[in-house]
Design a protein around this ligand. Structure first.
Ligand SMILES: Cc1cc2nc3c(=O)[nH]c(=O)nc-3n(C[C@H](O)[C@H](O)[C@H](O)COP(=O)(O)OP(=O)(O)OC[C@H]3O[C@@H](n4cnc5c(N)ncnc54)[C@H](O)[C@@H]3O)c2cc1C
Ligand SMILES: Cc1cc2nc3c(=O)[nH]c(=O)nc-3n(C[C@H](O)[C@H](O)[C@H](O)COP(=O)(O)O)c2cc1C
Length: 763
């Protein structure tokens, strides 16, 4: 095959090498616009795994590269005058120049034709002599931009400014240094990549950048300023720029996140940064470029696969890995962009949050890397929760939590789940067994399903209620069982279905109106949930008073029934949520328009409830923190305001859910997908939050809590099939101090032994 390779960065060079290795008959011409020794940047970092991949692909260049790597294990986080060191991170660094020169030598030896100082054209017509054209021309690829529409290019310019410096200060650990200046926070990512050289990337938000005058400074001035800011880390060493020819402000870069729907176009294929970029803070751009090159060469040389089929197969096999890394890189980018959110953390938690920012590193990963450090975090977390020194580590999920006078034994919560099994609103034996089993299953807090404040406020005829004396008696029996037979606390979720009422029970079709016996609906406005649902009647002031009175009466009954806590359901498109989201609130009175107006009725209800609920018992509010409709609906930024408003009205916990407010919304699902909203509401709003949504492993729960992303963690569906989720989690972590019903003690001990043995075998 005759191949033209545009770009002599890691992707282009390594692809050329990988093709020649597989079939020396391939003719490969590589065109690089720069001279062989010109390059931007200083060092690059890899994980040990990437080096193994290089060794397997080409042991010759792999061995040279592996022999020259600077290897280090420690990460130092400097914040608020403290240094937090953790170990076991296994990084390696090499100079970009050195890496390219090793690859150039190897390419030459294998017979690749290297053409330096040769600008490749962006028009495919100019490449007619070749069977295959590789666009490995980097993030600013001209040939990709020329055929942009075909590739479905999405370029997002991120907000922070950064400068890639070098320095002769040798950092023995990967170093993150955060410094406060008069204009805001500035930080450095620094690591050694050679015997006497380190990379030193300085980053800050654009406001700080302008506030420091860097938008007007020439390079020598900017360098001097950065040297002053980071003087205590540099030990008198200078910062060096290799873009010194650029005017000062232009030497500062902004990261561009590039995603392409398609990577191939006829005989043209995008490789490395031309196809996708990953933020420098997870150090994976070069890894992606090299692993792209290996995969593409492998697929192109696969017997029986023609060129076009091979190019399509390449993307099919490579896409998922690239997307995963790009997602981690996005999380990491966002962490640095939202830095202000975490600056109030104590240094140890700040460091934990930083280390787990991409969500690729979890609590248990950290234990594998550095058990002592992780256990120091666990002791710190338990000490905070218990208000006394703790020397024995324990999983964060088993730390107690106080809400007013109520004390939870642990941080695991059974999320509210409608059971659709009540008759005329009255819970029955099914509910006794259902809630009883989950209370005995070890969770610290148990929520009821959405319990409705009136017959018309039900979602379905099977919904539970608290609007009649019979309901009080039935709930009292269940609450008494939970209190007598477990340590769990019991929270009643109260709600009104509003525009989503009068529908069939869940398993007969979600949100589908009844065949017969429908009742009229009320909502903020006459916006139906879907074309198939009833058009609700916009509420009058009299309706509002009546509904508020229903909520208040239900709270009074909750006191009689003996609940420990109540939650107001203001999420998921039900009555109160229909006021909060602009998608369904079209009112022009004091209850529509601005967020303040849209919150007015839900807050009136909340305050009225709070007034009759005992002072010593806590209340929470469930909100939808994202309508998943962009700026048309509620955004996570607004969720911070919503959380704050309920907090100011006396809420003790914001239960941060999302969505279900608009039938056609497009949620982005994934592991822990709503946790970023709980994090934002908690740490920007400075309120207490509960995270929920596709959280299913003990490791998720511990990571969320220790990183301060939420205070409590709710699991819904995992508890449907496993009422004893918390007991199983305790057994798996060999945690003995969980409350186990006495008759079950033998089972717990056996489960703990078996899970420990399995874990040892796996290790
Ligand atoms: C500040 C910063 C820090 C980084 N840190 C790391 C790190 O620690 N670890 C890591 O793995 N990655 C890091 N990266 C990312 C890494 O540099 C890239 O992901 C990687 O270089 C991608 O390789 P590539 O071959 O696809 O592109 P590039 O390395 O950009 O190579 C493209 C080449 O094509 C050439 N070219 C472009 N257009 C033409 C043309 N028309 N004709 C001829 N030649 C052309 C360019 O001169 C260039 O040499 C960092 C990036 C930045 C900006
Ligand atoms: C069967 C079922 C019923 C639910 N009913 C309610 C409810 O009554 N009130 C509520 O706020 N959320 C309800 N939810 C949403 C859950 O509380 C939770 O937010 C959601 O399922 C995401 O968590 P998970 O991924 O752990 O299941 C329900 C979820 C399920 C699966």
């Amino acid at each position: 095959m005759r191949i033209a390779c545009l770009g002599g960065g890691p992707a282009g060079l390594y692809f050329a090498i990988s093709m020649k290795l597989r079939d020396p008959a391939h003719e490969v011409d590589l065109f690089e616009r720069n001279r062989a020794n010109d390059t931007f940047g200083w060092g690059v970092v890899f994980s040990d795994q990437t080096v193994e991949n290089l060794m397997a692909n080409d042991p010759v260049s792999g061995a040279v590269i592996a022999g020259e790597f600077a290897h280090w294990d420690d990460i130092d986080v400097h914040i608020h005058g403290d240094t937090i060191r953790s170990s076991g991170h296994g990084f390696i660094g090499i100079g970009r120049k050195r890496l390219l020169s090793i690859l150039q030598d190897r390419a030459r030896a294998l017979g690749v034709n290297l053409h330096f100082e040769h600008e490749g054209g962006a028009d495919l017509a100019g490449w007619a002599d070749y069977d295959l054209v590789i666009a490995a021309d980097g993030a600013n690829s001209r040939i990709r931009d020329r055929y942009e529409a075909h590739f479905g290019v999405d370029i997002q310019v991120r907000k922070n400014k950064f400068f890639w410096f070098g320095t002769h200060k040798v950092f023995e650990a990967f170093t993150f240094a955060f410094e406060e200046t008069e204009a805001g926070w500035v930080w450095a990512h620094a690591y050694r990549f050679d015997d006497d050289l380190s990379t030193f990337i300085v980053e800050m938000d654009p406001e700080t950048w302008a506030g420091l005058g860097l938008d007007r400074m020439d390079q020598p001035e900017a360098i001097a300023l950065c040297e002053r800011i980071f003087a205590r880390y540099l030990d008198g060493h200078a910062l060096m720029s290799n873009a010194i020819h650029l005017p000062g402000p232009q030497a500062w870069l902004t990261f561009r996140r590039i995603v392409c729907d398609r990577w191939d176009y006829g005989k043209l294929i995008l490789l490395g940064d031309a196809a996708h970029t990953a933020h420098f803070s997870i150090g994976s751009g070069t890894k992606l470029a090299l692993e792209d090159a290996i995969k593409l060469a492998e697929v192109l040389n696969r017997p029986g696969l023609g060129r076009d089929a091979a190019l399509a197969e390449y993307q099919a096999e490579r896409n998922l890995e690239v997307l995963k890394l790009q997602n981690s890189a996005r999380n990491s980018t966002e962490w640095f962009e939202a830095l202000e959110r975490y600056l109030h953390f104590e240094p140890i938690q700040f460091a934990y949050s930083l280390l787990t920012r991409s969500q690729r590193v979890s609590h248990e990963n950290l234990r594998l890397r550095d058990r002592d450090w992780l256990e120091s975090v666990e002791c710190w977390f338990q000490a905070k929760a218990r208000g006394r020194a703790v020397n024995e580590p324990a999983p964060p999920m088993f730390a107690p939590f106080h809400l007013r006078e109520m004390v939870l034994a642990n941080r695991v919560v059974v999320s509210p789940m409608a059971m659709y099994s009540a008759e005329d609103g009255t819970p029955n034996d099914f509910h006794l067994v259902h809630y009883g089993a989950r209370a005995q299953g070890g969770a610290g807090l148990l929520y009821t399903e959405m319990t409705c404040v009136s017959p018309e406020g039900r979602i379905t005829p099977g919904c539970a209620g608290l609007y009649a004396p019979a309901h009080v008696d039935a709930w009292r029996r269940i609450v008494a069982f939970v209190h007598a037979r477990s340590e769990a606390k019991f929270c009643l979720q109260l709600g009104h279905s509003g525009p989503k009422g009068s529908t069939k029970v869940g398993w007969e079709g979600y949100d589908v109106p009844l065949e017969s016996g429908n009742w009229p609906l009320i909502a903020a406005s006459d916006v139906p949930w879907s074309p198939h649902n009833q058009v609700p009647r916009p509420m009058t002031r009299a309706d509002m008073e009546a509904v508020t009175a229903d909520f208040v009466a239900a709270v009074e009954r909750a006191v009689e029934a003996g609940f420990d806590m109540i939650e107001l359901h203001a999420a998921h498109g039900y009555l109160l949520s229909s006021f909060i989201t602009p998608l369904t609130n079209k009112r022009t009175d004091d209850y529509g328009g601005s967020l303040e107006n849209r919150l007015r009725f839900p807050l009136e209800v909340f305050r009225a409830m709070r007034a009759v609920w005992p002072e010593d018992r806590p209340m929470s509010v469930r909100i939808s923190a994202n309508d998943w409709m962009g700026e048309l609906g509620i955004t996570p930024d607004e969720a911070v305001e919503i959380g704050r408003a309920f907090w100011a009205a006396g809420a003790d916990l914001i239960d941060v859910s999302a969505g279900q407010t608009w039938a056609d919304c497009q949620p982005i699902y994934g592991r822990m997908f709503q946790t970023p909203f709980a994090d934002q509401v908690r740490n920007e709003g400075r309120v207490t939050t509960m995270a929920v949504g596709n959280i299913y492993e003990p490791d998720h729960v511990n990571s969320i809590l220790a990183a301060g992303r939420a205070d409590l963690v709710a699991l819904a569906r995992p508890h449907l099939v496993d009422p004893s989720w918390t007991l199983r989690a305790a057994a798996g972590q060999d945690y003995r101090r969980v409350a186990v019903p006495r008759p079950y003690l033998g089972g717990m001990a056996q489960l703990a032994r078996n899970l420990q043995r399995e874990a040892e075998l796996k290790a």
